[in-house]
Design a protein around this ligand. Sequence first.
Ligand code: NAG
Ligand code: NAG
Ligand code: NAG
Length: 247
Amino acid sequence: MAPLASLSAAALLLFSTVANAHFTLQTPPTIGFDDDKEGTGPCGGFAPDFSKPTAEFHVGGEPVGAKMLHPQAKWLFRATLDEKASGNWTQLFPIVFQSGLGEICEPAIPAPESWVGKNGVFSIVANAPDGLLYQCSIVKFVSGKGEVPSSGCRNASSISVSFDSDPQLSALVTPGGSSGGSSGSNASATTGTGGKGGSPTTSGGSASQTSASPGKNGAGGFVESSLSVTNMLVVAAAGCLGAAFIL
Ligand SMILES: *[C@@H]1O[C@H](CO)[C@@H](O)[C@H](O)[C@H]1NC(C)=O
Ligand SMILES: *[C@@H]1O[C@H](CO)[C@@H](O)[C@H](O)[C@H]1NC(C)=O
Ligand SMILES: *[C@@H]1O[C@H](CO)[C@@H](O)[C@H](O)[C@H]1NC(C)=O
């Protein structure tokens, strides 16, 4: 009817979009998305359920597509053979810094060759202005290279992408080559894996091969859960700020 009414409807829509959405994992398929729980590690509030169909993850490079609804974020790509996703995470690719809202597509995220034939959990973690945000996929690792799907994996024209480092994200993977039982608080130990200037095709794959410490990864889990309460508060505050800014 009146332009005013539709304008405020649009504003409301905008508000709810900004206030609620953090990021979505488009491909491989997510095991679940809930705005309110996305800050809860390791999988955004959902538990992997291997009685459900798994997606294929090609160890020679799998396309990973996500849509960021914050102006910037850093991305961690990780996976574990632990079907409960409780730990033993291997970093698959250097940490990527995205500037600009919208879709991002990394066309070839590699995984260790030795994982072929096994089930595991793939996870993408964003370090966004409102904290760490988590999504997971249940996958079966297969050989070869995945094909970029015709939808769900593209770069928005407005984004720019570079490699970066991030101690908070690096703390969420098992440091390659370090002995088991390390405190997990020494995040700087792993930053070499995803350092600036790393080559996209080689550094992630080879760095991830180093043997991960067996046994529990309790420290990492602790870090995640203790962060989540703070995250929820920050999420709420940032959501309001973001909406106010845009309106
Ligand atoms: C998206 O951008 C990144 C960084 O420039 C690039 O490596 C990647 O190949 C792009 N993805 C697609 C599907 O073109
Ligand atoms: C992390 O480990 C490195 C190498 O062992 C050490 O030099 C550094 O002091 C440690 N940092 C912290 C905060 O423990
Ligand atoms: C941890 O991951 C490595 C491969 O990265 C695997 O060899 C090892 O068996 C895993 N340990 C546990 C406890 O899942």
